[in-house]
Design a protein around this ligand. Structure first.
Ligand SMILES: Cc1cc2nc3c(=O)[nH]c(=O)nc-3n(C[C@H](O)[C@H](O)[C@H](O)COP(=O)(O)OP(=O)(O)OC[C@H]3O[C@@H](n4cnc5c(N)ncnc54)[C@H](O)[C@@H]3O)c2cc1C
Length: 395
C-alpha cells in the first residue's frame, strides 16, 4: 500500500498540487494541502510540487505463504431451485487451470435441499463437494451465505475461488474477499494460472479500451467472478467421483441480521444468453421499423434477436437484448450480425460463438476480425434476400 504525505516544513502553500490534481483530492483549508478521500495515490502532486514537499510513501506488506493455499474452489450456485449453469462452466475452467500444477477442484454448495445438486456435481470431476444445507439457507442472505463459504475457505484454504458473476455471486464474492483481505477481479473474460499459483485475471478495463491482467500477488485466496457463457460447459462424466462432505452450519447463519419476509419469484424469462441462434441488429439499421427484418430472420432460423448498445440507447430494444460489456454475454452456435461495427465492448461478449456471420458495408469493419463469414454488403439487400431464401426453403 502506498500513501501520499505532505512535508509541512517544505510546503510554501503555492497550491500547484491542488490545481493539478485530476481527482480534486487536495483541499487547501489553511493555505496548506490536505488530501481527501478522493486521492488515488497517482503521484501527480509529487511530480508537480516545485519544493519537493509532497512524497509517496510505500509501505512494505508481508506476503502470505502461498504453499499453504492450494486447489481451486468453485462456488456452486443454487438459486430458484436449480444449479446455475455458470457453476459447471467454472468447474470446467477450474479443471483446465488446475491440472497442469496438480491443483484439485472443489465445490461448495449452500442452500436448502441442495443434496441432489451435490450428487450431480460428482459427474464433473470435482474432488470434494462441501454442502451447507439448512432451512435457514432457503433464500439467499448475503451474510449467512458468506459465513458458510468463509467457514469452508478457512478449512480448505483454496488458492483460487471462482464465483459466477450472477446477481447472487456479485453480492457474495466481494463480501468474502473483504473477509480475507484479499483481491477480487469481477467479470473476468480469460483466466490463466501461473506455476507459482498466481491467477492471471484478464478482463476489459477503461471502457474496454485495454485488456487488463490483474494479479493478486501477496494475498490468498484469489477471488474472481466470471459471467455466464464466458467459459465452456464441460462434458458430464458417466462415472460419479468426488466426496460429498456435509458441513456444520456456522453459528453466524443463525445470528444473521437479515430476515426474509416474503419472496416473489420473477417468472423465468428467456435470455439471449441461452439462444442457440441469434440475429443481431446494429446502428447500420436506419429506423426502428427496420429491426423487424432482423426479428423475422431470427424467427425463420428458429432463433432469437439481439442488438448492440446504440439501439438500446435509442429505445428500440430493452437492455436484456443488448450484447456486450454493459449487456449480456452470448455464445450461440450461430450469430448473424447486421450493421454492427465490432467495437471491443461488443465483440468481447460474443466472440466465443461457434459460427459468426457478419454483414457490413465497410470492408475494414473490426467485426470482420472475429467473423468466420464476412459479408461485405448492404444489410438492406442481404437480409431480405436471406429471408426470401429461407421462406422458399420452407415446406
Ligand atoms: C464502457 C462502455 C461499455 C459499452 N458497452 C457496450 C455494450 O455492452 N454493447 C455494445 O454494443 N456497445 C457497448 N459500448 C459501445 C461500443 O463502444 C460501440 O459504440 C457500439 O458497440 C457500436 O454499436 P454498433 O456497432 O451498432 O454501431 P456503429 O459503431 O455505429 O456501427 C455501425 C456499423 O454499421 C455499418 N453499416 C451502416 N450501414 C450499413 C448497411 N446498410 N449495411 C450493412 N452495414 C452497415 C457501418 O459500416 C458500421 O460498421 C460500450 C462503450 C463503453 C465506453
Amino acid at each position: 500500500m502506498a500513501k501520499i504525505a505532505v512535508l509541512e516544513r517544505k510546503c510554501t502553500g503555492c497550491g500547484l498540487c491542488a490545481a493539478n490534481c485530476p481527482f480534486g483530492a487536495i483541499d487547501m483549508p489553511n493555505g496548506k494541502p490536505e488530501l481527501n478521500a478522493a486521492c488515488k495515490v497517482c503521484g501527480i502532486c509529487v511530480k508537480t510540487c516545485p519544493e519537493k514537499a509532497i512524497i509517496k510513501l510505500e509501505t512494505k506488506q508481508d506476503s502470505v505463504d502461498k504453499s499453504q493455499w492450494k486447489d481451486i474452489l468453485v462456488f456452486a450456485e443454487v438459486s430458484g431451485g436449480r444449479l446455475h449453469p455458470v457453476s459447471l462452466e467454472l468447474i470446467g475452467k477450474a479443471r483446465e487451470l488446475g491440472t497442469p500444477i496438480g491443483f484439485k477442484v472443489k465445490a461448495v454448495l449452500v442452500g436448502k435441499d441442495v443434496q441432489p445438486f451435490a450428487e450431480e456435481l460428482r459427474h464433473y470431476g470435482v474432488s470434494e463437494i462441501a454442502v451447507y444445507d439448512d432451512p435457514e439457507l432457503s433464500y439467499f442472505r448475503a451474510d449467512a451465505y458468506a459465513a458458510c463459504v468463509e467457514d469452508y475457505i478457512q478449512a480448505a484454504r483454496p488458492s483460487v475461488v471462482l464465483v459466477g458473476a450472477t446477481s447472487l455471486g456479485r453480492s457474495l464474492a466481494p463480501r468474502l474477499a473483504t473477509r480475507f483481505h484479499t483481491g477480487l477481479t469481477a467479470d473476468c473474460t480469460t483466466l490463466e494460472l501461473r506455476e507459482n499459483t498466481d491467477l492471471v485475471q484478464i478482463r476489459p478495463a477503461f471502457g474496454g479500451n485495454i485488456m487488463a491482467q490483474i494479479i493478486t500477488t501477496r494475498t490468498r485466496p484469489q477471488f474472481a467472478t466470471v459471467r455466464y457463457k464466458v467459459m465452456n460447459t464441460p462434458v458430464r462424466d458417466d462415472a460419479a467421483t468426488g466426496e460429498i462432505a456435509q458441513k456444520k452450519i456456522p453459528k453466524a447463519v443463525f445470528d444473521s441480521k437479515v430476515s426474509c419476509v416474503s419472496v416473489t419469484p420473477i417468472p423465468p424469462k428467456k435470455s439471449i444468453s441461452d439462444a442457440e441462434i441469434l440475429v443481431v441488429g446494429g446502428r447500420g439499421l436506419q429506423k426502428e421499423a427496420d429491426l423487424e427484418m432482423v426479428k423475422e430472420l431470427a424467427r425463420l432460423l428458429g432463433g432469437d434477436w439481439a442488438v448492440s448498445r446504440p439501439l438500446v440507447e435509442k429505445g428500440w430494444a430493452t437492455n436484456d437484448r443488448q450484447i456486450g460489456l454493459s449487456g449480456r454475454t452470448v455464445r450461440p452456435r450461430l450469430i448473424i450480425t447486421c450493421g454492427v461495427s465490432g467495437a471491443i465492448q461488443f465483440t468481447a461478449c460474443m466472440n466465443g460463438s461457434d459460427h459468426i456471420v457478419s454483414i457490413n458495408t465497410d470492408p475494414d469493419a473490426p467485426i470482420f476480425q472475429v467473423a468466420h463469414v464476412a459479408i461485405v454488403g448492404d444489410l438492406y439487400e442481404i437480409v431480405p434476400a436471406l429471408i426470401q431464401k429461407l421462406k422458399e426453403a420452407q415446406p
